[in-house]
Design a binder for this molecule. Sequence first.
Ligand code: ATP
Ligand code: MG
Length: 396
Amino acid sequence: MNTKIDKALEVVKFIENAGGTAHIVGGAVRDSLLNIPVGDVDIASSLTPQEIIDLFPKVIPVGIEHGTVIVRYSSESYEVTTYRTEEGYEDFRHPDQVEFVRTIEEDLARRDFTINAMAMDQKKGIIDPYGGQVDLKKGLIRAVGKAEERFREDPLRIMRALRFASQLGFTLDSSTFKAAGEQACLLEKISVERLAVEFEKLCMGRNSQENLGTIQTLKVHHYLPIFNHYPSLIEIMPMGKLSGFSEIISFYLEKGPFSLAITDWTKDWKLSNRVRRNASILSTALQSYKEDPLPVVLYSLPECLLQSFINVLQAAGQTVDASAIYKAYQTLPIHSRKELSIQAKDLIHMFPERKKGPWIGEYLSDIERAVVSAVIPNENKAIKEWIKKWNPPETD
Ligand code: ATP
Ligand code: MG
């Protein structure tokens, strides 16, 4: 039934046939037990990275010092990591010491939550030393071992607890919740990049609202960029999922009373230029939605941002008919200026007495808008007549 798991078990068998042991671990085990789509399948093994490199024809060495390589097998990629423990997180980034160990049980002990600390063997047997399956049934995020110690070891786990709660619709077990609140201040040590990954996943989760609420309750937002300077921003609740930082930024710009610029967000959260550009396109479209006809708004959006536009509108509390928006997008008379039946050279030809200048671009914008909102058809003749009517040649 689960072809992703079955394919990965071929890699597991391959390793075992070569004399090693191997297991599927982490998120893939959790998600397959929950019967939800499995993302990347990670494998843990007794073999060292070098032994894996020698065993498989195609291996990409991505993190040998942490015991991790990527194995390409039957057109798929698998992260294969040597069973290991971790010690000390002095720099709060990477464990200071990675020690390779012999058994899967020792490896599972380093993992963050019981539901993430299960392994699957080649016969699909589940190894579950911390009661992960019971917690899956109860819908609980529970730290492996003492929550307080585990959060001190790596405070990012506080954010991870909230993002798994959001993604799975789970709640934090009471001692994990308590420790998260008590140790939230340690998040100060965590790099922005690691925080960004978890915050983005939290906002995409089905229970994002509730867990943004928990962020506020536990005062975790005091250690998140932007929110640390504008703590009351966390009170503004998105009414739906936000998929990625472009959407997150345009949502808070739309709803927030603060004069925050997109670049404040991208700088503090260390986000890419692509995120900045997309946030800017979305914010402009949201503004235009208040004053322009829908086709004009949709025309300003690349197709890849249409869903983002819908997401932000919904998060901002607007009732949106997504399928109507998609239909309106598909039935736009044109999707780019290139498709206009008139081009700059036609305009120059029409007004030979005029010097080339910005007026050409301005005319094309006016024509574009008129065609997009169906004031005129996208026909060369009709457009020319419309121009002559509204823009008679100037007599200097
Ligand atoms: P997703 O489907 O979102 O990728 P995942 O469970 O695979 O979920 P990852 O962040 O990819 O999450 O981590 C893979 C596994 O590695 C986790 O399931 C967990 O067992 C372990 N892990 C990851 N980060 C940590 C951490 N900071 N502390 C302890 N264990 C961790
Ligand atoms: Mg993963």
